[in-house]
Design a protein around this ligand. Structure first.
Ligand code: FE
Ligand code: ZN
Length: 246
């Protein structure tokens, strides 16, 4: 089977734009639409024609470019419809257990409430030469998780557990670069976690060079993410004030 290509690029203040491209079918999906002009430019740079949008949740920094991109490229928009009318331009409602084809590649949708009630993620088992990738939106971040806007800590814990049940090598494409601030909090919760200390050092080096700390992997988060390693961290995290976790 031909290989899928994934492109990641910064958008807005700390979002990541993400594209996935299947050469055989000529399809290209944008995962969320933080910045329509940057997404269009990144497609053009690569000679990819945008054919669809896969939304993870309704927040403006994930759907703000939907309508402009739909008008420009005539794309089909996939997304959650559990709460009606939230996703601008939605064409194909998807939720837990749904599958759809992207060329010859199967995409699996999982419901991961917590950040929002209707948050979903997209799992691509055969991306990265069989290693797999998941577009996790604002559910899990490198060394952290999404702020609980609509769900409970229990909802988020169950959602993180679903993600941790994916194969260890699965690349997790988070929607924001929050790693350094997440890591500070993580070290406060687990100051003696050697894997976490090493991950934070690596993240600091990457950020100093302007490089992304996304994607992470299932196995890396299992060893370092305090919302997974420590049961109490979600309760602590709920009380912390994050000014920009949308
Ligand atoms: Fe966001
Ligand atoms: Zn959000």
């Amino acid at each position: 089977m031909n290989k899928l290509e994934i492109a990641l690029f910064p958008c807005l203040q700390d979002n990541y734009g993400l594209l996935i491209h299947d050469d055989a079918s000529g399809r290209t999906a944008a995962i969320d639409t933080p910045d329509e002009s940057e997404i269009a430019r990144q497609c053009e740079l690569r000679g990819w024609r945008l054919t669809e949008i896969w939304n993870t949740h309704h927040h403006w920094d994930h759907t703000g470019g939907n309508i402009a991109l739909k008008e420009k490229f005539d794309v089909k928009i996939y997304g959650p419809d559990m709460i009606k009318g939230r996703i601008p331009g939605l064409d194909i409602a998807v939720g837990q257990g749904n599958e759809f084809m992207f060329g010859r590649h199967k995409i699996y949708v999982m419901h991961t409430p917590g950040h929002t009630k209707d948050h979903i993620i997209y799992h691509v088992p055969d991306a990265h030469n069989g290693q797999g990738a998941a577009f996790v939106g604002d559910t899990i971040f490198t060394l952290g998780c999404g702020r609980l806007f609509e769900g409970s800590a229990d909802d988020m814990h169950a959602s993180l557990s679903k993600i941790m049940a994916l194969p260890d090598s699965t690349a997790l494409y988070c929607a924001h670069e929050y790693t350094l601030s997440n890591g500070k909090f993580a070290l406060h919760v687990e100051p003696d976690n050697a894997a976490l200390i090493a991950a934070m050092e690596a993240a600091q080096m990457k950020r100093a060079q302007g490089a992304p700390t996304v994607p992470t992997t299932v196995v890396a988060e299992r060893m370092t993410n305090p919302f997974i390693t420590a049961g109490s961290a979600l309760e602590l995290g709920r009380r912390r004030v994050l000014k920009d976790s949308f």
